[in-house]
Design a protein. Structure first.
Length: 319
């Protein structure tokens, strides 16, 4: 995708990255790693009970309990609830699809994909299964396949705001800024409480050079969820674009404390520190990002590419 040019804004302007890459390229990398910020949102609250049996009723209760646990960030407990729900009602495709989302959050992508396939065998028109398979594929950076699944989910159930928000994230990653903006707008038209959609729209607007509206979107996201690492990351990007590195570092540090997104917020703080001239701090953040991302993961590829751009000929932070 083409690199946008930089123009003075606010109290200063954002200097380009070392070598040939511009800020739009950098945001797209964060969208690939953080765009899972939007893609990783909870799909929907579902009722699991589909019949009169006691087991099915209990499965429905456990499913709804798991949804609340996922919203509260307790993935381990949610998985326990959904495993028990699936045991009690193994032919309920929506329970399986919700467990797929929980497994994605826990990093078990193979398990998530298996649950989606099982749900689709039970109901080939289950929008939730297509949507959560798109979530799982996005976690592997399989963007065309993720978008295809989310397209199908929207075709089957256009009323679900999360489907639009998730597809917006995938479009943001792949450089379709106008499509991403349209999807985030539609998500918010259907449900203006989705903080992740505001955060995603903020990232789009940063990349379009609309820094003040981006900052407003990030703040709207935080008003809806004050503990959203995604919204803090989006606001940090907007502050960085506006030439406010102190504010950007404060936001990204808070995001790291909430959820480091497998090292990606350390990577963002490294960019902030390079902007401020703190190369030692940037090296420390790159090292932390490498450790968190692990070996051979899509996130590690992002770390190495951004590290190369940020540090140039600097000594690597970690062998």
């Amino acid at each position: 995708m083409p690199d946008p040019q930089f123009a003075p804004v606010g109290r200063g302007h954002l200097s380009p990255l070392p070598r040939k890459k511009g800020f739009g390229y950098y945001v797209s990398l964060f969208a690939a790693a953080l765009g899972v910020c939007v893609v990783a949102g909870l799909w929907t609250t579902l009722r699991g009970a589909t019949g009169p049996s006691r087991d099915r009723r209990r499965a429905g209760e456990l499913n709804d309990q798991a949804v609340a646990e996922l919203k509260g960030g307790d993935v381990k407990r949610a998985l326990h609830s959904l495993n028990e729900a699936a045991r009690l009602d193994p032919k309920n495709p929506r329970v399986l699809a919700n467990r797929a989302f929980a497994r994605t959050k826990a990093g078990d992508i193979d398990g998530a994909l298996a649950d989606c396939e099982a749900a689709l065998r039970l109901n080939p028109s289950e929008a939730l299964a297509f949507g959560n398979r798109g979530v799982a594929r996005a976690a592997r950076h399989e963007w065309p396949a993720a978008k295809a699944d989310l397209d199908r989910a929207i075709a089957l159930d256009a009323s679900n705001a999360w489907a639009w928000a998730n597809r917006g994230a995938v479009r943001l990653v792949t450089g379709d800024l106008d499509g991403a903006l349209a999807d985030f707008n539609e998500a918010l038209r259907r449900d203006d409480g989705i903080s992740e959609a505001y955060a995603g729209r903020a990232m789009v607007r940063v990349q379009k050079g609309e820094f003040e509206p981006a900052l407003k979107d990030a703040e709207d996201a935080l008003r809806r969820n004050a503990k959203s690492a995604d919204a803090l990351g989006a606001r940090a990007l907007a502050h960085l674009a506006l030439g406010n590195p102190k504010e950007a570092e404060a936001d990204v540090t808070a995001a790291i404390e909430i959820d480091d997104q497998q090292g990606m917020y350390h990577l963002l703080r490294a960019r902030v520190r390079v902007f401020a001239g703190d190369l030692q701090g940037a090296n420390e953040d790159i090292a932390a990002a490498r450790k968190a991302a692990g070996e051979g993961t899509p996130g590690r590829k992002v770390v190495e590419e951004v590290a190369k751009e940020l540090l140039g000929t600097q000594e690597p932070a970690e062998k």
